[in-house]
Design a protein around this ligand. Structure first.
Ligand code: CP3
Length: 342
């Protein structure tokens, strides 16, 4: 298999122009995605349909000269496979019937079966067969903490109050919840690599606002356990960690989890990153998604600034968080051209 620009960079190369892909590059800002989406009854059914999910994965690659495809799926398919009643309410986002402290986790443990997600493996194989060998395929899962916040809050949550409360009130049962998610995640990621994923990403989208002791316990430790288990089971591919919003804690995250690279949100400056991460530690990021949506002259200036700022270390160009549904396609075209120096 050819070494893609993405893999080369994650393995430590500083290329003249960084490879580029965009978080949420498949999705609602694309009219062809919105059209395809109407063919499935609900979002979970769409994710579990290999033909539709493979097509959604490929759609941005047909329009833009991106260096990677990211599997079309969702971090909440793991709770779904625990038997949780996952719904996506239009305009409101995901909803689940929450798990509470004191609840018996055995029913979730017993409900779990990798077979429930075997269609995702099928999507990965289809995409890998269709993709240009120069284009990397990224597999992913949510990190245990972020997945746990959805399981405990029953939806997305800014302050993650019930989850933080549980983590402090009953560390043992909270750790059992994290371990349940970890074990499923390891099996799920191994399946993705066997099916053709060449890079893995762990999304910790709700890693913000935690005190360092809790960050260590609910983010670093479970992430390290996942990466250690993957390595023990022969998974050698690069693994990008994305502890969004954790500021200076990227230092211990990079040092202690075993991840290959860190996805940076837009609040991180190259100058502070240089003080926090070893010299050659690869990073990914970190254009503000609002600059991309705005599409003013600042777009090209910000892109060039970021490339320049990170030119001293291996760097994958991306946003600091996902592209938003109202972003004009022309702005994505400008971004890809600008990153590639055209
Ligand atoms: O292009 C890609 O990035 C691949 C596909 C992908 C989706 N979700 C598709 C999706 C990926 C990598 C995710 C990850 C994901 N899902 C995260 C972590 C990344 C992040 O952005 O922080 C999180 C927190 C989720 C949970 C989730 N799924 C939420 C909060 C929502 C609702 C968002 C919204 O704006 O409605 C989803 C639904 C979802 N996942 C959509 C897509 C394209 C939109 C639903 C639809 O098209 O009907």
């Amino acid at each position: 298999m050819a070494h893609t620009k993405l893999v080369k960079t994650l393995e430590g190369a500083c290329l003249p122009r960084p490879p580029v892909w965009i978080m949420r590059q498949a999705g609602r800002y694309l009219p062809e995605y919105r059209k395809l989406r109407t063919q499935a009854k609900d979002f979970v059914g769409f994710c579990l349909n290999p033909e539709m999910a493979a097509e959604a994965t490929m759609q941005p690659l047909r329009r833009f000269n991106l260096d990677a495809a990211i599997l079309f799926a969702d971090i909440l398919l793991i709770p779904m496979a625990f038997g949780m009643n996952l719904r996506f309410v239009p305009g409101e986002g995901p909803k689940l019937d929450p798990v509470a402290p004191g609840d018996d986790l055995d029913p979730y443990r017993q409900a779990w079966s990798l077979d429930k997600l075997s269609n995702i493996g099928e999507t990965v194989s289809r995409v890998r067969a269709e993709l240009d060998p120069e284009t990397a395929l990224i597999g992913f899962a949510g990190s245990p903490w972020t997945v746990a916040t959805y399981m405990v809050e029953g939806q997305g949550s800014r302050d993650k109050w019930n989850t933080r409360l549980w983590a402090w009130q009953n560390p043992e049962s909270f750790d059992a919840l994290l371990r349940l998610i970890e074990q499923a995640t390891v099996e799920y990621l191994i399946m993705q690599v066997k099916a053709g994923a060449q890079v893995l990403k762990l999304f910790d989208s709700w890693a913000d606002n935690l005190p360092p002791v809790l960050f260590e316990r609910v983010i670093i430790t479970p992430t390290r356990r996942i990466i250690t288990a993957l390595r023990e089971q022969g998974i050698t591919c690069p693994i990008i960690g994305f502890p969004r919003g954790c500021g200076g804690l990227i230092k211990s995250y990079a040092a202690d989890t075993g991840c290959t690279a860190i996805g940076l949100d837009q609040s991180q400056s190259a100058q502070s990153v240089d003080q926090l991460l070893p010299k050659n530690f690869p990073v990914q990021g970190n254009l503000d998604n609002a600059v991309l949506c705005a599409g003013t002259d600042q777009l090209e200036l910000e892109i060039e600034r970021i490339i320049e700022d990170f030119s001293g270390r291996p760097h994958v160009f991306n946003l600091g968080h996902g592209i938003t549904p109202l972003t004009p396609i022309a702005h994505m075209e400008r971004l890809v051209k600008a990153v590639q120096g055209q």
